[in-house]
Design a binder for this molecule. Sequence first.
Ligand code: TRP
Length: 454
Amino acid sequence: MNNKTTGRSGFSSSFGVLAATLGSAVGLGNIWKFPSLTGANGGAGFLLVYLLATLAIGLPVMIAEITLGRAAKANPITTLQTLSPRKSLPWWLVGAGGMLAAFLILSFYSEVVAWVFAYVFKAIGGSILSSDRQVTEAAFGALIGDPLQSLLWQWGVLVLIGGILLMGVTKGIEGITKKLMPVLFLLLLLLCAVSLTLPKVAEGIAFLFKPDFSKITAGVILTAMGLAFFKLSLGMGTMMTYGSYFRDDQNIPATTVRVMLADLFVSMLAGIAIFPAVFSFGFAPSAGPSLVFITIPAVFSQIPGGQLLMIAFFALASVAATGAMLSMMEVPVVILHERFGMSRTKATVLTIAVLVVMGSSCALTNNVLADFKLFGMNIFDLFDFASSNVLLPLGGIAVALFVGWVWGRENFQRALSNQGALHNAAVTGVVFFLLRYVSPLLILVVMLKGLGLF
Ligand code: TRP
């Protein structure tokens, strides 16, 4: 649908809005990052902190981003500039920070997508389908330990994404994502069903749902909050950009809650599919980034037709990840295009070129650069840490402060109630209170404590 007043295209139906927003939120954050972080940080306690962060910070910030985007109908930089009464304040920094975060995230995200793509082919070959820990671990190790394979798969992914953007078929991809998502969902359900029949299911479920508070440190809390930002695509301008495509009669709080619940549901399914297998086959829950790649094949090896299903699983995960990548890429591309006067083609080529260079350092992290450390982290982890635990929260603080102290209650209430059409003053009031006082302070405290700054 073309919006007559602005000439910008937007989402045409209420379901379309929900599906597109969910398409950005659901990705490797759910299938890969959530299980590996939950495993590495002690299980249920981490999950609980993550849930609290989602409610007290994620939801209000998501509502704020979407509302701002819809009110200004522009890219993140222009949005904050137009809505701010005082033009002298550097609100463009939010857009600039978002762009930096996008490059950092895409650098390592594209490498994980590369592993997922490679696994589609490995699954076809059949060699990874095994419940023998040594086999699946060796297969993953061989992939990430090989610099050439890591680089080529990643560049392939980047070129593919660039091609999709250049051909302008992003909308087409979103259409495909929308249709294929339910299948991924069903496969996850099937994996859960299989996982729940494994011998050590009780241990896996207890790990996921029985909190052990002794594992919770300031660093763990920061990681959980970073995950909440990452999974809901917040703090970087993605949701603001998507909000600018929202319809004016869309109920923003209701949509946001649905996206959050669906996103959480997918993550829980991934957790239930993985942790019983972790204990049953003797994997370490703290295996980190490799967790999904070593356990999922083991679960599939337990069912007839497992190989075909595994091919389907990794293929669908590639599609979901591609959708999420496109939504991230949109931020630098739209900023370079609208603010720096580049054509969309030039903006896309430049973005991909930067990513090929920056991303290579992540592809080489597990081989050539294995011993290279900065701030005690390898490059892959450093990019992940700097984006999720620093830049996205900073973006969240800025958005919350902007709504709470600059844009103000009246504008926020009017926008969120669709100019008075929705009678949601109570909800709006609570969200506004959270944005003005609670979320920014909470984010700041968690960040400073987690970074060991006080
Ligand atoms: N949320 C996506 C996932 O879970 C990743 C993502 C897309 C993202 N857009 C984002 C993360 C913007 C941070 C910011 O895989």
